[in-house]
Ligand binder design. Structure first.
Ligand SMILES: [Zn+2]
Length: 512
């Protein structure tokens, strides 16, 4: 079901699709929205900044359509199938329709007795959702080819700015899942680590381990003089600040920012204590307005402090430089970053002030394209500013799927530890799916390393343990077929992109 249909089903007032989607923007509850901070025009499409990459925006929009259509088609197909479920040739009809419109086959066991008891739509829905995820991962090279090479922030740019690794921890919120290619126009590759946590509260020990591994790798490769950059990404909602901010921090923006800053300081302290002050990674804080995808960049002052209220604002800079020729606009942004650094008394960048300033300019300019993407393709603000995910992902994040609101993510090692996050996810899907009679698809996914003996088997066992614990915790939903859970594993080195794990080769790998 697409966003428009889903909002209608939820009784909300959606932004109109297709031809009229760019007209007035009102929030779902009818409240008047604040004026757009980047574009003052009544028609968002009339804003066109000289530094925006319009071709890249078109490529990203095609990718968004491909991915969303893959999931939107599922409900349409199931609705089309419904009138035929008592026909003698239903199974055959259903398979043909699935192959033609969804590119998959249903598990035969789910179709065989349809003529007696009716078809189990919940199982078919979950099966198609999981297959859709697998297809997105398997065809990522093809789906993403048009924009991957056109993204402006890549390994060469990191080196130019003085970094060998950029380690980014956004909040696990589904609205930040397009962070790299969309919001930051950054190539998702081996130089960029992304580790999402609720509230951007990343794991210090894991980060120290990643930092150490990357440093060793640099020395082993004979590369010196490049540094490790850690970025925490918080988020907020400019049009519904107390309702649609970061759930992990109760939609209190100040709390979210302070918590992220404290985590960055803690990482720096941990590395400095163990390996010496000169070794501590550089840190940057970024905020994302998830209604517009505009960013704030907070750079450290000369003493290394990050300031909650002192930041570079991409929406503000977009508006200031709209209508200027590209070179003049770029000069203005460079000057704005210089003045910001000057006001901070210089940057805490370990002597690499020009590199950090260069990175800030690059991310600000890159984000102009995303601001315009949302202006042109989503009427300036997303129609659904809150949750609108397709499935819940538990364990490790699904790799190679880069799009806003595709899944609710619960990072966990055991259900006991991650129970609070998972309960929030189930609650969200009770509104999105269960109330319409559709199940909550839960994908339990763990990564393994093919370089480590038996790593895959351990990942499988872990997934199966988590699945059993989920079945116990949400027994009532499971017994009604309203929670469908599936285990998958993938190789960190990419040799196995995403494989479902079957308990028994004769049945579908998914259970309820
Ligand atoms: Zn959050």
């Amino acid at each position: 079901m697409n966003t428009y249909k889903r909002m209608q089903a939820l009784g909300r007032r959606p932004a109109a699709p297709a031809l009229v989607r760019h007209i007035a923007v009102r929030r779902a509850d009818g409240a008047t929205l604040p004026s757009h901070p980047a574009c003052a025009a009544s028609d968002p499409q009339s804003c066109a900044h000289a530094l925006v990459d319009a071709r890249l925006n078109e490529a990203l929009f095609r990718y968004e359509r491909v991915i969303r259509d893959r999931f939107d088609a599922i409900e349409d197909v199931l609705r089309s199938l419904s009138p035929y479920q008592h026909d003698l040739d239903f199974a055959e009809k259903a398979q043909v329709m699935a192959e033609q419109r969804l590119g998959l086959r249903w598990p035969q066991s789910a179709l065989e007795h349809a003529w007696v008891a009716g078809v189990d739509m919940k199982t078919l829905f979950a099966h198609a959702t999981f297959e859709g995820v697998a297809r997105c991962v398997a065809s990522a090279d093809f789906d993403q080819a048009a924009w991957r090479t056109a993204l402006p922030l890549n390994v060469a740019r990191w080196r130019e700015f003085g970094y060998h690794t950029v380690d980014i921890s956004p909040c696990a919120d589904g609205r930040l899942q397009g962070l790299l290619p969309f919001v930051l126009r950054t190539v998702p590759d081996e130089a960029v680590l992304v580790k999402a946590y609720a509230g951007a509260l990343f794991d210090i020990e894991n980060d120290v381990a990643d930092w150490a591994q990357r440093q060793v790798h640099q020395y082993a490769s004979g590369v010196f003089g490049l540094d490790y950059l850690k970025v925490a990404v918080y988020h907020f909602s400019s049009s519904s600040p107390t309702q649609q901010g970061c759930a992990a921090h109760g939609s209190h923006d100040d709390v979210a920012i302070t918590a992220a800053i404290e985590r960055l300081y803690a990482l720096r302290h941990a590395v400095a204590e163990q390996f010496g002050p000169d070794m501590a990674p550089q840190v940057v804080l970024i905020g994302v307005d998830t209604d517009l995808d505009a960013i704030r960049i907070h750079l450290p002052d000369i003493s290394g402090r990050l300031h909650a209220q002192r930041f570079l604002d991409s929406a503000h800079l977009y508006r200031q430089t709209l209508g200027l020729p590209a070179d003049v606009a770029l000069g203005h942004i460079e000057q704005a970053v210089k003045s910001y650094a000057h006001d901070l008394g210089g940057l805490g960048a370990k002597g690499n002030e020009s590199g950090m300033q260069g990175l800030a300019v690059a991310w600000l300019v890159a984000n102009f394209s995303q601001i315009e993407y949302v202006l042109h393709h989503h009427a300036g603000r997303y129609a659904v500013i809150g949750h609108d995910e397709q499935f819940i992902c538990v364990g490790d994040m699904v790799p190679r799927l880069h799009l806003r609101n595709q899944f609710y993510y619960a990072h966990l090692d055991t259900v006991e530890e991650g129970a609070a996050d998972l309960d929030v996810g189930i609650r969200i899907f009770s509104g999105l799916n269960v109330r319409r009679g559709l199940p909550v698809p839960v994908l339990v996914h763990f990564q393994y390393s093919s370089a480590v003996p038996d790593s895959r088997a351990r990942a499988v066992q872990r997934g199966q343990r988590i699945r059993a614990a989920i079945a116990t915790r949400y027994a009532e939903l499971c017994s009604r077929g309203l929670l469908q859970c599936c285990v998958a594993v993938s190789d960190r080195r990419g040799r196995e992109p995403l494989a479902f794990v079957a308990d028994d080769a004769s049945v579908s790998p998914c259970m309820h």
